[in-house]
Write a protein that binds this ligand. Structure first.
Ligand code: BTN
Length: 230
């Protein structure tokens, strides 16, 4: 178990925003619902009652960029599988899937003091129970909908923190859990859109893509986003 302190709010705009105001080290903020939940690439993250919405600060500089998101993804997978009994997969770089739909999203945000990185905020949203908005029904799911055991949000948060704080090397497992590997994907890189095969992830948890002409490129999540074809 973890010795982290949890602040449990019934509602906030975004736990990623709230945690910025918390100076005490080791604190995790969770909320029953968010009114302004944020996703990657400036998207909204729907956060109705029935989910776990949590954020904590990572101060260690040992894992950065996609590796930190990857570490959280592996930790969330362990915790969700342990408490719910479901099987999960990871869709590079930050989504946890169950039964072919998104169960959880992760948003890592840097906090800068001048030119130096002060810390990274790790935000995690897990759909536990209840109805999802109509717009998400085809692409997202909940633990309840998948027939898993629905944990108390605070119990799941503590399990995720415990897994995250104790996780050793995780890159191989991150690769093994990928659901895109071997599949054809559409690659969005700035204004460019092209097709490739997701081949593997490397030691920095970047994606290695094979292009139709056989060339390989390695991309991090700041450069490309991937959509599965078919
Ligand atoms: C994504 O799927 O694009 C990432 C979603 C991250 C959502 C979590 S919920 C807790 C934390 N607070 C936020 O506003 N976002 C993250």
């Amino acid at each position: 178990m973890t010795d982290r302190k949890v602040i449990h709010l019934s509602e906030t705009d975004s736990t990623n925003k709230y945690i910025r105001t918390v100076e005490e080290p080791g604190v995790c903020v969770i909320a029953d619902r968010q009114t302004g939940g944020r996703g990657r690439r400036g998207r909204t993250f729907e956060s109705p009652e029935g989910g776990l919405y949590m954020s904590f600060k990572c101060r260690s500089a040992d894992v950065t960029g996609d590796r930190l998101t990857a570490k959280a993804a592996v930790a969330v997978s362990h915790a969700v599988e342990k408490l719910t009994g479901l099987c999960t997969g990871i869709k590079w770089v930050n989504d946890i899937y169950a039964e072919g739909k998104k169960l959880c999203g992760i948003l890592a945000e840097g906090v800068w003091k001048g030119d130096s990185l002060d810390c990274i905020i790790m935000g995690i949203g897990v759909n536990l129970r209840g109805a999802l908005p109509d717009s998400l029904k085809d692409i997202a799911t909940t633990v309840e909908e998948c027939g898993g055991v629905v944990p108390a949000p605070e119990d799941l948060a503590l399990e995720i923190l415990s897994e995250f704080d104790s996780l050793g090397e995780f890159c191989d497992e991150y690769r093994e859990r990928q659901i895109l590997i071997g599949k054809e994907v559409t690659v969005h890189r700035g204004d460019e859109v092209y097709t490739a095969v997701a081949e593997t992830t490397d030691g920095e948890c970047r994606m290695v893509l094979r292009l139709p002409d056989g060339r390989r490129i390695t991309a991090d999540s700041g450069e490309v986003s991937l959509r599965i074809n078919g």
